[in-house]
Design a binder for this molecule. Structure first.
Ligand SMILES: Cc1cc2nc3c(=O)[nH]c(=O)nc-3n(C[C@H](O)[C@H](O)[C@H](O)COP(=O)(O)OP(=O)(O)OC[C@H]3O[C@@H](n4cnc5c(N)ncnc54)[C@H](O)[C@@H]3O)c2cc1C
Length: 356
């Protein structure tokens, strides 16, 4: 402890670890952020980065999703424009209009700002959409960001708040002393800490196993394809049965999709390009940039795993899907737990202990 504040090693500088490091350092903790490579070199760099409530996790996590959006707005204010979110909303629909209606009804019941829009309005919202569906769910409060820029911004803000970035340093194992996780082992030595926060994405599983903690997290592949395109082709996140697409201010188009083992990424990109040209008017000049697979840390029930590991004192877990959505809120709430010792009610459903 330094002046009553814990020393903390955060393992992993993806968007989750970067947010943890920023919030912890801002609250006075002595933070070392240890990253095997450079910030945002894991799955974060391949994220579609939709900040959504719609299509979210089980209804039990609705509260956390709502807080998550508010925390993105808070971070934008705190970082005074250094973190840029496009709050353009999203349009989502299913093949069967009744499913879209059910989706809107469910989310409206959970207090989300999501409403049903019909073909005319969809056409006004997305004028380049060649064949607007009869109905869609419109979530005007959702957004998207550049996940690499957001992560490097958070790391920079963490360093400004007093954290130290230890880059190009792989954590080989968690160190234990007297039954307590007491730091991390690197190639060239060890770093001691009161608390180790594990935000190493899919690699968290092996590090946990080394101290006898079973983390029910799978490596789940998904593909991010990128395209160059004329600006103004896609106005917001558009998520239909065949295509989930968004466009950034520079005109780059991003498409997220499941990854089928053994598939050719070139063929995937070509098929996606054909879909974009078919679904959006004026998309003839769109060209493929690349398609890459990202390995998502996917807890067995899809919900985040956040909190002190029950059987490994000194170890705090921050492993999750929808890490882009969750990073700001988890950073804030985990900091309350680690620095202030105050249990965060909103994280109650995220504990490892739920797996029994
Ligand atoms: C195609 C696709 C679309 C997605 N769409 C969305 C979306 O729309 N919204 C959303 O919220 N999420 C989305 N996700 C998921 C999201 O990208 C992840 O949940 C999030 O990026 C996880 O961040 P992380 O910081 O936990 O992991 P990572 O980004 O993987 O960061 C972990 C870091 O730990 C480092 N590391 C690992 N092991 C060690 C070690 N031993 N020592 C030191 N460092 C180590 C790695 O180098 C890495 O930098 C998507 C993912 C994909 C692939």
């Amino acid at each position: 402890m330094t002046g009553g504040h814990p020393s903390v090693v955060v393992v992993g500088a993806g968007i989750v670890g970067a947010s943890l490091a920023y919030h912890l350092a801002s609250a006075g903790a002595a933070v070392k952020l240890v990253e095997r490579s450079r910030p945002a070199s894991g799955v974060t760099a391949r994220s579609f980065a939709w900040i959504n409530v719609i299509y979210g996790d089980a209804p039990t996590l609705v509260g956390l999703r709502n807080l998550a959006l508010a925390d993105h707005h808070r971070l934008e204010r705190e970082l005074k424009g250094a973190l840029a979110v496009d709050w353009n909303g999203s349009l989502s629909w299913s093949e069967d209009p009744a499913d879209s209606e059910r989706l809107v009804a469910a989310h409206a019941g959970w207090g989300h700002a999501v409403r049903l829009v019909e073909r005319d309005e969809i056409g006004r919202l997305e004028p380049r959409l060649a064949a607007p569906p009869p109905v869609a769910a419109f979530a005007p409060g959702e957004g998207a960001l550049d996940p690499v820029a957001a992560t490097t911004t958070l790391v920079r803000a963490a360093v400004e708040a007093g954290a130290r970035l230890v880059g190009d340093s792989e954590v080989r194992a968690l160190a234990s002393t007297d039954g307590r996780v007491s730091g991390v082992v690197l190639e060239g030595g060890a770093i001691e800490a009161d608390v180790v926060v594990l935000a190493a994405g899919t690699d968290s599983v092996a590090l946990c196993a080394g101290v006898g903690v079973a983390l029910p997290v799978a490596s789940s592949p998904a593909t991010l394809s990128r395209f160059s395109g004329p600006a103004g082709l896609v106005g917001r996140v558009v998520s239909g049965p065949e295509l989930e697409i968004r466009q950034d201010a520079a005109g780059r188009l991003f498409v997220a999709d499941y990854h089928v083992e053994g598939e050719s990424l070139d063929e995937r990109a070509a098929a996606t390009l054909a879909l974009i040209r078919r679904q959006f008017r004026g998309a003839g000049a769109v060209e493929a940039i690349d398609a890459r697979v990202g390995w998502r840390p996917m807890p067995a029930d899809g919900a985040p795993i956040v909190g002190f590991a029950p059987d490994a004192p000194g170890l705090y877990l921050a492993v999750m899907h929808s890490g882009v959505v969750m990073a700001p809120v988890v950073g804030r709430l985990a900091t309350e737990e680690i620095v202030d010792g105050r249990e965060a009610e909103a994280l109650a459903l995220c504990r490892l202990s739920r797996f029994g």
